[in-house]
Design a protein around this ligand. Structure first.
Ligand code: HEC
Length: 307
């Protein structure tokens, strides 16, 4: 094979040789690019396809599967200083959880509260508060409820949600009384607010917000209505009395029933649901000592109330 020799003057005299000289290098580069395309064709094609977005509701950042965890610590300043963002958040929560009894304007005139005695509190009035109007005092009311009357506890709301509602309620009050730093510290010590509290886990739901609006608030309304009816009949109706005697947390008990699709079908199913996971489900061990007539009466009452 003839050896091709290049010299600079040679190349100038005979430019076609330039191509011959760089051709092998070009070949290597072209083959290299070819390999690159073959190996990466999948990715290259994918990158060219525009992401498909059907409509804005499908890009919901869904709730992840999450285990129970410690909730963000509460900022204790929110007990003593007005925080407009919280007031706004509290307004929405109030409408969902409280307005059925206390009325949209906080005057104690909500539809579920009409029959209650004592009436739901009118937040605009200064007189007659049992626990008091200070933030820490209302926090305690929401933690424990006033169960002798129709005011349920709201310990299932996160501390920050409760504080938001309180900030909103206090915006209606004439000269809302302030907590002293000592009172805030005492509450903090009782409930470890600035250390954070345990919150339950979450599961994915599609379009959580829609579900929340449609189902959650409707369910809270139903539960509050049922609770209001039961509280109201507690003194006159034997079966309502039984309900209060076999439950440790009336609201939880109603949540248990509303969460079950089967209990309405028979007394047997009913008994199964209310004895499953006792205490956690709002019912107490006393359900086991009910006579069959009592059980039957309770079943019929709840079927008519929890609808
Ligand atoms: C099922 C009806 C009902 C619902 C729902 C309800 N309340 Fe009440 N609430 C009452 C009744 C009845 C009273 C009066 C209780 C009493 O004077 O013993 C009351 C009283 C109160 C009081 C006054 C406590 C005191 O010191 O006298 C506060 C504060 C309060 N509710 C806040 C709330 C908030 C906040 C919510 C929502 C998270 C709420 N309530 C939801 C029925 C309800």
């Amino acid at each position: 094979m003839a050896k091709i020799k290049f010299s600079f003057s040679d190349l100038l005299n005979n430019p076609i040789k330039i191509i011959a000289a760089i051709y092998p290098y070009m070949l290597v580069v072209i083959i290299g690019i070819g390999f690159f395309y073959i190996r990466n064709s999948g990715t290259l094609v994918q990158n060219k396809i525009a992401p498909k977005i059907d409509d804005s509701t499908n890009i919901v950042t869904d709730l992840p599967f999450e285990d129970a965890k410690i909730a963000a610590a509460v900022d204790l300043k929110d007990f003593t200083e007005i925080n407009p963002a919280l007031v706004e958040k509290g307004k929405k929560l109030f409408e969902t959880a409280c307005s059925s009894c206390h009325g949209t304007n906080g005057k104690g005139d909500g539809p579920a509260g009409i029959a209650l005695n004592p009436k739901p509190r009118n937040f605009h009035l200064v007189e007659g508060w049992k626990n008091g109007r200070k933030t820490t005092e209302i926090y305690t009311t929401l933690q424990k409820g006033i169960l002798a009357t129709g005011m349920p506890g709201f310990d299932y709301l996160a501390p920050s949600e409760r504080i938001a509602i309180i900030q909103f309620i206090r915006s209606w009050m004439p000269e809302p009384p302030k907590d002293t730093p000592q009172e805030v510290t005492a509450l903090d010590q009782t409930y470890a607010l600035s250390a954070g509290t345990k919150v339950p886990g979450t599961i994915p739901v599609v379009s959580a917000e829609k579900l929340y609006e449609a189902n959650y608030s409707e369910r809270i309304w139903k539960i509050n209505f049922a609770l209001a009816k039961l509280s109201n009949e507690k003194l006159t109706n034997e079966s309502a009395k039984i309900f209060f005697s076999v439950t440790t947390n009336q609201q939880k008990a109603l949540v248990t029933l509303f969460n079950s699709s089967s209990w309405r079908s028979s007394e047997k199913e009913f008994l199964e649901v209310i004895t499953n996971n006792l205490k956690e489900n709002g019912f107490s061990g006393k359900v086991f000592s009910l006579s069959s007539t009592e059980l039957s009466n309770l079943f019929n009452l709840l079927k008519s109330v929890a609808v």
